[in-house]
Each structure stands twice: as structure tokens, then as C-alpha cells.
Write a protein that binds this ligand. Structure first.
Ligand code: BTN
Length: 268
């Protein structure tokens, strides 16, 4: 078996750097990746003052209200398969919340975690490279930083997001223990990352994602990407993680980016 440093990480002594307050755990992990940190490094903060979301949005991160977590990975899979890394991360969050909080969530393509159709967790993947040192090494220079923000308590929710966002506390009626969620998350990430990098790992991640997401098949959705809005019914994932969408004319379009919204069937 190939050597995976992430898997050598002892879960009871994980390489976790903790911050009371930080601008963004992703920014810190990017900085450390550029300096050459090895994969498996985790950054956790109680609060972020400049949390980053997808599409240049902010991720509001009040103290103690959420899990603000980033992990550094140096994947050995072909770069064409890198979109599957965020699908893998969404599987890990799904499984961690089930294990740690008995909460069964849904996954909205590509990687938003929902409870009661409201967003509970967002995932932001950023890529970087170790700065050149001139030294030869077979450790990949390219790195992916997976940033995961889970709303643990209702204090994480801005009043104007109450219709579209939720927290573990609101969904379960119980305030979760951050450490229990964190440890379950790291274990689940290790498991699914090992699968992703195994032979037939890509198919396995697609299969596991499709099993856990109501968005995989037969869901009426609209996808907005800049000025373009596409509507249709989902028809599974391509091998690179793209979402197959059947439009009203029966044409299959492949969606690789954009904001997905479920469309309610109109009552007649
Ligand atoms: C999204 O917009 O859905 C992605 C949100 C990702 C937020 C997390 S919180 C921890 C990590 N650090 C950041 O600055 N962002 C990610």
C-alpha cells in the first residue's frame, strides 16, 4: 500500500493547530502549505474575523458558534479528478454529523450540507503550491486546502439568513460538543480520502455521494452561473463530479459550476 501521511495521523494526537481568533483558517492553511507543511495538518479556530465563502462571499464566524476548520491535503490523484475532493469532503461531513449528533443531512450539489432544506455547512476548497526550494522530493508540491464551516449553534446564523440557514442545535434541539464533531470529522475525512485515492476510488466516491444526496437523481433544480440560469431535472453525476441536468427539451447538460436551488413543483 502507498504511504499516506494523513492516515498515519493518530486521531488522539492529531496535528491540529488551534487559534482563539484568526482571520481565516483557510488563509492560515494556505500559508503553511506554501511553506511546505505536510498533508493532514488541521487548523481550527473559535472565531474567524474574515471567514471566506464560495464565490467571494463572507463566512460569518462568531466565537464558539461554529466549527471553523481547514485541512491541508496533497492528493496523488490526477488533477482532472480534483473536483471529487469537495464531494469527498461533503461525504465526510455527512457521516460525521450522523455519527456525532445522530443528524441525517442532505447534500446539495456540489457540497452544501442541508438539514430541513436549509444550509448547515459550507465547504470551500482552495489550491496552492509549496514554494520552490530547489530540493528534490517525491511529496506533491500541489496542495488542496479544504475549509469546512459547520453552524453548530443558532448564534452562527444572521437574522436575514434564518430562512435559508440552520444549525446543528436547531436541527437536533441539542447543542453539539465541538470536540466530538471535530474528531468524527477527521476520522471520516481520513476514511473517505483513503477511498478516493484507492483504485476505483473515484467511482466509489460518486456512488457514496449519490446514495446520500437527494440532488443526485430526479430533483427539479435551477442553476445560476453569472447571468445564465438553467432549469431541469438531475440525472446523476459524471465521472468527474459534474451534475447531469435534463432540460425541458430532453437535452442533457453538464453542470460544473454555479449555485443550485431546488425548484418546487407548481401546484395547478
Ligand atoms: C461556502 O460558501 O459555502 C463555503 C464556506 C466555507 C467556510 C469555511 S469556515 C472554515 C474555512 N475558513 C474559511 O475562511 N472558510 C472555510
Amino acid at each position: 500500500m502507498r504511504d499516506y501521511p494523513l492516515l498515519r495521523m493518530n486521531i488522539y494526537q492529531p496535528r491540529i493547530l488551534r487559534f482563539d481568533s484568526i482571520a481565516s483558517t483557510n488563509l492560515e492553511a494556505v500559508k503553511r502549505a506554501v511553506e511546505g507543511a505536510s498533508e493532514g495538518l488541521c487548523i481550527v479556530a473559535s472565531e474567524q474575523t474574515a471567514g471566506r465563502g464560495r464565490l467571494q462571499r463572507q463566512w460569518i464566524s462568531p466565537k464558539g458558534a461554529g466549527l471553523y476548520f481547514s485541512i491541508l491535503l496533497r492528493p496523488r490523484i490526477d488533477q482532472s479528478a480534483w473536483p471529487l475532493i469537495t464531494l469527498m469532503a461533503s461525504l465526510a461531513v455527512h457521516d460525521a454529523l450522523l455519527e456525532a449528533c445522530s443528524l441525517r443531512t442532505d447534500i446539495k450539489w456540489p457540497n452544501d450540507i442541508l438539514a430541513n432544506n436549509r444550509k448547515l455547512c459550507g465547504i470551500l476548497a482552495e489550491t496552492t503550491e509549496t514554494a520552490a526550494t530547489g530540493e528534490k522530493s517525491d511529496i506533491p508540491k500541489r496542495a488542496v486546502i479544504l475549509g469546512i464551516g459547520i453552524n453548530l449553534t443558532s448564534a452562527a446564523l444572521l437574522p436575514d439568513l434564518l430562512d435559508s440557514a440552520t444549525s446543528v442545535e436547531s436541527a437536533t434541539g441539542k447543542e453539539p460538543d465541538l470536540e466530538v464533531v471535530l474528531q468524527a470529522l477527521i476520522r471520516a475525512l481520513e476514511r473517505h480520502y483513503m477511498t478516493l485515492q484507492s483504485s476505483r476510488g473515484l467511482e466509489e466516491i460518486i456512488r457514496a455521494w449519490s446514495e446520500r444526496s437527494s440532488y443526485a437523481q430526479g430533483k427539479r433544480i435551477s442553476v445560476s452561473n453569472g447571468d445564465v440560469i438553467l432549469e431541469g431535472t438531475t440525472r446523476g453525476l459524471e465521472s468527474d463530479g459534474a451534475l447531469r441536468l435534463e432540460t425541458a427539451t430532453g437535452e442533457i447538460r453538464l453542470v460544473r459550476a454555479g449555485d443550485v436551488t431546488a425548484v418546487r413543483a407548481s401546484s395547478v
